[in-house]
Ligand binder design. Structure first.
Ligand code: SF4
Length: 294
């Protein structure tokens, strides 16, 4: 069911939605609300990330940029957006993407319903560190941040752009956001707002993958414009890819291509996490990414 929104009738429309929901309550049938609780660490603003990276006396993105330049951190990704009843299984797209990204040494920032999905699976805690790639783990342990950073609600996505702008201006990773080895995902987008967010991410220079399906697939010209056309114009594209595993592979290939264009060393997870502070079990890269979906 869709309810049109008009600002001048906001209260009236809100009351009518509530009345409809209340009237439908009797038709809900049997419900199952799991009695499960989990912990999370939330609320990493761009200011806070800056101070966590640079130290309490001097905020700076230098440690992040250096870690990307050395290859300890392969890149970064923003995973955001809605839940959508049209996807095969609620939350699975979000969880799969985020766990695979950190396993591949890609730092994740998250907002909105992706963050809630992550929180429900315990992905917003430092404990998830043991399931991330060796270089990313080394950096996050040193700084004292989890590898999945909750940056707020879905109206806070501009904070993600602020973070990548800080990384771009810090130096060493090109001249523009479109030079950075970063990617954006909204695997279960649902609202029009999610589309506008995806568009301003792409327009800012971040290659962005939307899941579910494409509202413009009927027009090859529009598809060409938002992929090849925008790539040429702003250095990034907006893709619609319902298969999140395929989207992940495409994004990782793009991140590696950006690294290559910046003449950074090829990503090699075996090079890092050899510090004496690690236990022997931490050396085995095949152990990483074993995060259970149970
Ligand atoms: S628009 Fe709604 S469904 Fe989408 S991320 Fe925001 S709160 Fe979630």
């Amino acid at each position: 069911m869709h309810v049109d929104f008009h600002e001048d009738k906001a209260m009236e429309i809100a009351k009518s939605i509530l009345r409809t929901a209340i009237d439908n309550y009797a038709n809900r049938g049997k419900t199952h609300i799991p009695d499960v609780q989990d912990r999370l660490i939330a609320g990493f603003s761009h200011e806070y990330i800056n101070y966590m990276l640079g130290g309490s006396l001097r905020e700076s993105f230098r440690p992040f940029n250096d870690a990307v330049m050395a290859g300890r951190i392969r890149g970064a990704a923003g995973v955001v957006g809605c839940n959508n009843a049209r996807v095969p299984t609620h939350d699975v797209q979000h969880i799969d993407l985020v766990t695979e990204l950190i396993k591949n040494d890609i730092l994740v920032v998250t907002t909105g319903c992706d963050a809630i999905a992550c929180a429900k699976r315990g992905l917003l805690t430092p404990e998830v560190m043991e399931h991330c790639g060796p270089g990313l783990k080394e950096i996050c342990n040193t700084i004292g941040i989890p590898p999945v950073l909750h940056m707020g609600s879905c109206v806070d996505n501009t904070r993600i752009l602020t973070v990548i702008t800080q990384a771009a201006t810090e130096g060493g990773l090109g001249e523009d956001i479109s030079d950075l080895p970063v990617a954006g995902f909204a695997p279960e987008w649902m609202s029009e707002k999610a589309i506008s967010i995806g568009i301003y991410f792409a327009a800012s220079g971040v290659n962005t993958w939307m899941g579910v399906g494409s509202p413009v697939e009927g027009s090859p010209d529009v598809v060409k414009l938002i992929t090849d056309g925008w790539q040429e114009k702003v250095g990034a594209s907006l893709y619609f890819e319902p298969d999140h595993k395929k989207a992940l592979q495409e994004a990782i290939a793009t991140i590696d291509a950006k690294r290559k264009a910046l003449k950074l060393p090829e990503y090699d997870p075996k090079k890092f996490a050899k510090s004496e502070t690690y236990l022997p079990g931490d050396y085995a890269p095949e152990k990483h990414g074993a995060y259970s979906l149970k």
